[in-house]
Design a protein around this ligand. Structure first.
Ligand SMILES: *Cc1c(COP(=O)(O)O)cnc(C)c1O
Length: 477
């Protein structure tokens, strides 16, 4: 480590010959390590140039006295080329226990859904081709039939995400009209999705009714009767709860009012399953919302549905047809990977038993007993692999569902707890995070907690390897 030992020395003139003895670009590129690596030429060339630039700078500044050998330089260039090619968007082991973790990509797909997306991605597909007619087909046809059959909807449309679904729904049914919405439902769903802003973009005019904590049916009725509103909108408050002196109007009562006054009722459900399922503790579902009388319901594909990022619109043919015909629909349409994964996800929902194959449902529906058993098994496995580095134990935990779903619901689960015997927990957490694949856990009271709810069987060898490689001295200076 000649770089490190002479670090900080004052720069002197480079030793005679050292610069000249730097390996040449061509020589390095044809070194077997690089030439036979199978890595693309551009990455190897960039890596070799950078490696040589760095060595030259180290010699000139006196941080090194001798040029690296060809063998050393080739090894450095190879790892640099590999780093250049490593995707920035890459898999993570989720030890947070938050199933719908928005920063980690929300719903993990089922194996079948992932395979369906992969199968149509590398070649051509029936995306807009009708095999029986031998001509043009509709990309929506693949999911429309399933969505209608599973929820009782007259018609269905899939778009890029639920924000797009809300925009399209308001543009098609509310543009140029007044849309009545409770002040208690003027929500922000993280980042830049605020209902009033989306409403403004859609060309609809927001008519606020009621107050933050209480809205009555008469508030909506007044807005309609005064001619201020011609559409009713309900938004599920999917990421917060108002407690205390509160009142809101349920979907069924709003639907009766909408029917009496011949106005459409739109419902941004946000998140939910297609129908009630034992794995989902609470919250609205698509079939129940339609049965309650909503004319259009929209929700995310990658929340409790357990599929890919998508927005699902369900409801009356008249309104869904208007949305499909809106020029915005083209701008918001889903791609073939999404549609393939969504179709496979919907097939899993065909019966409640089959839906357990969706990771979101199996993870949310796992019993505390099953999670405890998995935590104990995992802890035993990790003690063997990384014994001597950490105290490995199990601990009960509780946490949210995440992803703007089921606010206030805390799931009881179990975690493996790792407490380093030397060094702080921050170093261990950093080490896990920089491992490949990155392992993300939660630091709590001096321990790194890995919640087993979101860990899959194939994650344990990666965690064990990361633990076995943990060196508390590493990364310190
Ligand atoms: C999550 C959510 C959205 C946004 O959905 P995306 O799929 O993230 O675009 C909109 N409305 C509600 C009520 C939500 O919960």
């Amino acid at each position: 480590m000649s770089e490190r030992t002479s670090a900080g020395k004052k720069a002197g003139p480079p030793p005679a010959g050292a610069l000249r003895s730097l390996p040449r670009v061509d020589a390095l590129l044809s070194h077997p390590r690089l030439a036979e690596s199978g890595l693309p030429r551009w990455a190897l060339r960039t890596a070799v140039r950078k490696t040589l630039d760095e060595a030259r700078a180290a010699l000139t500044e006196g941080r090194r006295t001798a040029a690296p050998t060809e063998e050393e330089a080739a090894a450095l260039a190879l790892s640099r080329a590999e780093a250049l090619l490593r995707p920035r968007l890459r898999p993570v082991v989720n030890g947070t226990g938050v199933v719908l973790h928005t920063n980690l990509g929300r719903a993990p797909l089922s194996r079948r859904a992932a395979e369906a997306a992969a199968a149509v991605s590398a070649g051509w597909s029936t995306l807009e081709y009708d095999l029986s007619a031998g001509g043009r087909g509709s990309r929506q046809a693949h999911v429309k039939r399933l969505l209608c059959a599973l929820t009782g909807a007259e018609d269905a449309l899939a778009v890029n995400n639920n924000a797009a679904a809300v925009l399209l729904m308001l543009a098609a049914a509310g543009s140029g009209k007044g849309v009545a919405l409770s002040r208690g439902e003027l929500v922000e769903i993280g980042g830049s999705f605020r209902v009033p802003d989306i409403m403004a973009r859609s060309g609809a005019r927001l008519v606020e009714v009621g107050t933050t904590n209480k809205t009555h049916l008469s508030d909506y009725r007044r807005a309609l009767d005064a001619g201020a509103a011609q559409v009713l909108l309900k938004v599920h408050t999917s990421n917060f709860q108002v407690v205390g002196f509160t009142q809101s109007v349920g979907l069924a009562r709003l639907a009766r009012l909408a029917e009496e006054r011949c106005v459409p009722l739109l419902y941004d459900m946000g998140s939910g399953g297609l129908y009630p399922h034992p794995a989902l503790p609470d919250g609205p579902t698509a079939s129940e919302s339609l049965a309650a009388g909503a004319d259009v319901v929209c929700f995310s594909g990658d929340k409790l549905l357990g599929g890919p990022q998508a927005g699902i619109l369900l409801g009356r043919r008249r309104w869904i047809g208007a949305m499909a015909a809106d020029p915005l629909a083209r701008a918001l349409r889903p791609d073939k990977l999404t549609l393939a994964a969504l179709e496979a996800t919907l097939l899993a929902w065909q019966d409640p038993e089959g839906a357990w194959e969706l990771p979101v449902l199996s993870m949310l529906g796992a019993s505390p007993q099953a999670l405890e058993a998995r935590a104990r098994e995992g802890a035993a496995y990790l003690s063997q692999a990384g014994g001597g580095r950490c105290r490995v134990a199990v601990t009960p935990v509780s946490g949210p569902v995440g992803g703007g779903s089921l606010p206030g619901v805390e799931l009881s689960g179990w975690a493996v707890s790792l407490v380093p015997l030397r060094g702080g927990v921050a170093g261990l957490e950093r080490h896990f995070r920089s491992w490949t694949p990155a392992i993300v856990g939660r630091v709590h009271k001096g321990a790194l907690l890995l919640d087993v709810r979101t860990l899959r069987p194939e994650d344990w060898p990666d965690i064990a390897a990361a633990l076995a490689a943990y060196d508390p001295e590493e990364g310190r200076t």
